[in-house]
Design a protein around this ligand. Structure first.
Ligand code: GRF
Length: 216
C-alpha cells in the first residue's frame, strides 16, 4: 500500500502529533508525516517533529491580522511543497478559511475533545461537566468551512465521573484522542472513507450491535 503523506498543523504541546508518530513507528498507521507546521514559534510540537527528523516549519500569523485567507494561502503553499495528501489539525488554534478547505476538499481532519455536535468551540471539557452530561468523548471529523461542523468520521466516548475536574476529564478524553485520530487516518489511507453529504461512509464499518452503555 502506498504511504499517504500527512501535513500536521499544530499550535501547542503536540501529544496527538506524537501519537501519530508513534503509531507510524509501531506499524499500525501506514503514513508518513511530511511536514509539521505551527503558527506558534515555541510550540512543543515543533520540537517533537525535529526529534523525529520531520520538517518543522513555523509560519507566523503576526502580519496576517484580518488577513486569514492570505495566511491560509501560505499554509497551502507549504503543504503542497511537501506533497501532502491529508492535512490534520492537531491542536491548531486558528479558525481556518475556505482557502485551505477548498485546496484540500474532504482531505482535512480535525480532532475535537467532545462528542460533536455537542460542545463545539473551546473549553469544552468544562462545558460538558457544567452541563451535567454523563458521557463525553472525542470526535474526528472532516473540516468544512464551519466551526467543528464537518462530517463525522469517528467518535469515542468516556464517562463523566462525579469527581471529575476539567483536567481529569480532559486527560481521560485525550487518551482516546490518541487512539481515534490514528484510526481515522488509517481508514483514509486504506481508501475506506466516502463522504456523502454530511455522512461519512466507512467501508467495513459497523452495521450491527446490541451493546448498550449506562452511566452510572
Ligand atoms: C486536544 O485536546 C485536541 O482535541 C484539541 O486540542 C488539543 C491538542 O492537544 N483540538 P495536543 O497539542 O495534541 O496535545
Amino acid at each position: 500500500m502506498k504511504k499517504i503523506k500527512i501535513g500536521v498543523l499544530v499550535s501547542g504541546r503536540g501529544s496527538n502529533l506524537q501519537a501519530v508518530i508513534d503509531n507510524i513507528g509501531n506499524g499500525s498507521l501506514t503514513a508518513e508525516v511530511a511536514v509539521v507546521i505551527s503558527d506558534q514559534a515555541d510550540a512543543y510540537a515543533l520540537e517533537r517533529a525535529r526529534t523525529h527528523n520531520i520538517p518543522a516549519v513555523h509560519i507566523s500569523a503576526r502580519d496576517y491580522k484580518g488577513k486569514r485567507e492570505e495566511y491560509d494561502g501560505l499554509l497551502v503553499q507549504e503543504l503542497r511543497k511537501h506533497g501532502v495528501d491529508l492535512v490534520i489539525l492537531a491542536g491548531f488554534m486558528r479558525i481556518i478559511t475556505g482557502t485551505l478547505v477548498k485546496a484540500f476538499p474532504n482531505r482535512i481532519m480535525n480532532i475535537h475533545p467532545a462528542l460533536l455536535p455537542s460542545f463545539p468551540g473551546l473549553h469544552v471539557q468544562k462545558a460538558a461537566i457544567d452541563h451535567g452530561v454523563k458521557f463525553s468523548g472525542c470526535t474526528v471529523h472532516f473540516v468544512d468551512e464551519g466551526m467543528d461542523t464537518g462530517p463525522i468520521i469517528i467518535q469515542a466516548i468516556v464517562p463523566v465521573l462525579d469527581n471529575d475536574t476539567e483536567d481529569t476529564l480532559a486527560a481521560r478524553i485525550l487518551k482516546q484522542e490518541h487512539r481515534i485520530f490514528s484510526r481515522a487516518i488509517q481508514l483514509f489511507a486504506e481508501g475506506k472513507l466516502t463522504v456523502e453529504g454530511r455522512i461519512v461512509k466507512v467501508a467495513g464499518g459497523r452495521t450491527e450491535s446490541d451493546d448498550h452503555l449506562f452511566n452510572p
